[in-house]
Write a protein of this length. Structure first.
Length: 543
């Protein structure tokens, strides 16, 4: 039978008695009882040269595991027991909108992706990891592990008399929210006692004697054993939505003795999942959330001075390999293809088409939309730049929320050409139109700005850009979509750099009168969306 090396920051016998260590110890004990040879390895002591490809590695908490060991483990077989969100540098995705961490906070993605399985403890836990990493090897164990002795202890205390009405847990770990919970109780005039989480048996006896536990963790709890123990012991719970265990369908089905029975069976089920992974037997992974192909649409005309910078920027996007770049050359006189062709040779996902005439921007974009193979579309003007992960961030927000049809984000604004997002002279100035969160009233500005991303089904539902328009076709299309009830969403990050081009169609003085005529028509056509207050504010401007 294969040698198992259990890798963790700490083990129970080393004086660390948290839920992760208790769960790990139960699993190690079960492996030993079932004839597996198990050795323990502390992360900070493990060296790359000690990693043997003939052994099987179970990696639990790995805060202290070196990057060299992570690389060496890729040459062996291993699974990860995910305890505390080690896929984000903050160890807490709950502080981000929709629990989606920005790219710069994502860590260990390759280490997770290369594991044979990543074992999560709850539905909420597994789904949160999935939408942040978009990997296809996640298992939801749907539970945690208690030793038979601890379950026997809990069972013996089920009918304990309640001698205190309310309690909170004492913990100096700010993530457990003791100080927040104290303030909540004081504000709501709740008298409480404090239970110290000392030796396990003592803590459980004190919990059994409590009618209600107040507990407001300040980060996403992967599972949380205490809420299960409280439910077994008839201790009511007042908490928040950051408890992974409460997302499990069985959570409200069982309590008291039936819950103990369920946990005993769940323990066997979880152990069988681990052995199936190790023995290369079938296991059920949670549904993968893949990013579909993204079609990047670029209308090209007189872009010669921008094209080299643009091509470099777009091909460096983190998920460019999952995109197609559609460049429609509207019979430009600048010979941009001299630059583009060398990128076409390197990237088969670039599609270049030179048109025989010079259609309007709206017509060119419509042609590209009709040709696009992607389920997701985005516009990228050759004079703008984006953060290296902009496409990935926007696409994640679009894919994980089925109710949203279009996403956008803030952009910095610059007056210098060919600057990168990372190094620009914008001084933190934000492009005006995309500053506000989405609402019908705020659509008085073209909120999606210069870098929208949308699902192709939006065009299927609401049509293409109005080819009769020259300057404000994007604003009109987005208003048409909002009027039809489609939902837009602002991603609260700065993801782009907008070049204020003095010669651009939407910015030049030359076209100011014609541009205003279009905008005036659109304003009055869609005035019903803006609300009376907004309409009154702007009707003088559009007189």
């Amino acid at each position: 039978m294969q040698q198992i090396v259990f890798v963790a920051d700490f083990f129970l016998e080393q004086g660390i008695g948290g839920g992760a260590e208790r769960c790990n110890e139960v699993l190690i004990d079960d492996f030993s009882k079932n004839g597996y040879a198990v050795t323990k390895a502390n992360c900070h002591l493990l060296r790359p040269d000690q990693i043997n490809s003939n052994d099987y590695y179970i990696v639990a908490n790995f805060m202290n595991l070196s990057e060299e060991c992570k690389v060496a483990l890729k040459k062996a077989r291993y699974l990860i027991i995910e305890h505390d969100h080690k896929y984000v540098s903050t160890n807490d995705p709950s502080k981000f909108v929709n629990m989606l961490a920005p790219f710069r906070y994502i860590i260990n993605k390759d280490f997770f992706a290369n594991a044979e399985a990543v074992c999560c403890q709850s539905k909420l836990h597994s789904q949160t990891l999935q939408k942040n990493l978009l990997i296809n090897n996640i298992v939801n164990l749907g539970g945690n592990l208690w030793s038979d002795e601890n379950l026997d202890l809990l069972e013996s205390l089920i009918d304990s008399p309640k001698r205190r009405k309310n309690a909170i847990m004492y913990s100096l770990n700010k993530n457990k929210g003791m100080f927040y919970t104290q303030e909540y109780c004081k504000k709501n005039h709740v008298d409480f006692e404090t239970i110290k989480a000392t030796e396990y048996e003592t803590f459980i006896k004190e919990l059994a004697a409590t009618e209600r536990l107040f507990f407001f963790p300040q980060w996403l709890e992967s599972f949380n054993r205490v809420v299960i123990e409280a439910r077994i012991l008839g201790c009511k719970l007042t908490t928040n939505k950051l408890i992974g265990a409460t997302s499990e369908p069985w959570f409200r089905k069982y309590e008291g003795l039936p819950l103990i029975g369920f946990l005993r069976e769940k323990k066997k089920e979880i152990f069988n999942v681990y052995t199936s992974i190790i023995n290369k037997e079938p296991v059920t992974f949670i549904p993968h959330i893949p990013l579909p192909t993204i079609s990047i649409i670029t209308s090209l005309y007189k872009g010669g001075k921008f094209i080299e910078h643009f091509m470099e920027e777009v091909t460096n996007q983190t998920i460019f390999s999952q995109c197609e770049l559609l460049i429609l050359d509207a019979n430009s006189p600048d010979n941009e293809y001299d630059v583009i062709k060398k990128y076409c040779e390197r990237y088969p996902n670039i599609v270049y088409q030179r048109l025989a005439d010079t259609p309007s921007v709206q017509q060119t974009m419509n042609l590209a939309i009709e040709q696009a193979k992607g389920e997701i579309l985005t516009l990228w003007n050759v004079d703008d730049s984006r953060r290296i992960d902009a496409l990935e961030v926007l696409a994640k927000h679009l894919v994980v929320d089925p109710t949203v049809h279009l996403v956008y984000a803030d952009c910095y604004q610059t007056s210098k050409i060919n600057e990168s997002f990372k190094n620009n002279s914008g001084s933190g100035i934000l492009y005006e139109h995309s500053r506000c969160d989405f609402s019908k009233e705020n659509m008085i500005k073209c909120l999606p700005g210069p870098m929208p991303m949308w699902k192709k089904e939006l065009n299927e539902a609401c049509g293409l850009f109005d080819k009769a328009l020259t300057f404000a076709g994007d604003w009109e299309l987005w208003l048409r979509c909002v009027s039809a009830g489609l939902k837009f969403k602002k991603v609260p990050e700065v993801l782009g750099l907008y070049y204020f081009n003095p010669a651009g169609l939407s910015t030049s003085e030359e076209y100011q009168s014609q541009r205003f005529t279009e905008e005036k028509m659109i304003f009055h056509k869609y005035c019903h969306l803006f609300g009376q207050e907004t309409y009154n504010k702007y009707k003088g401007y559009f007189k």
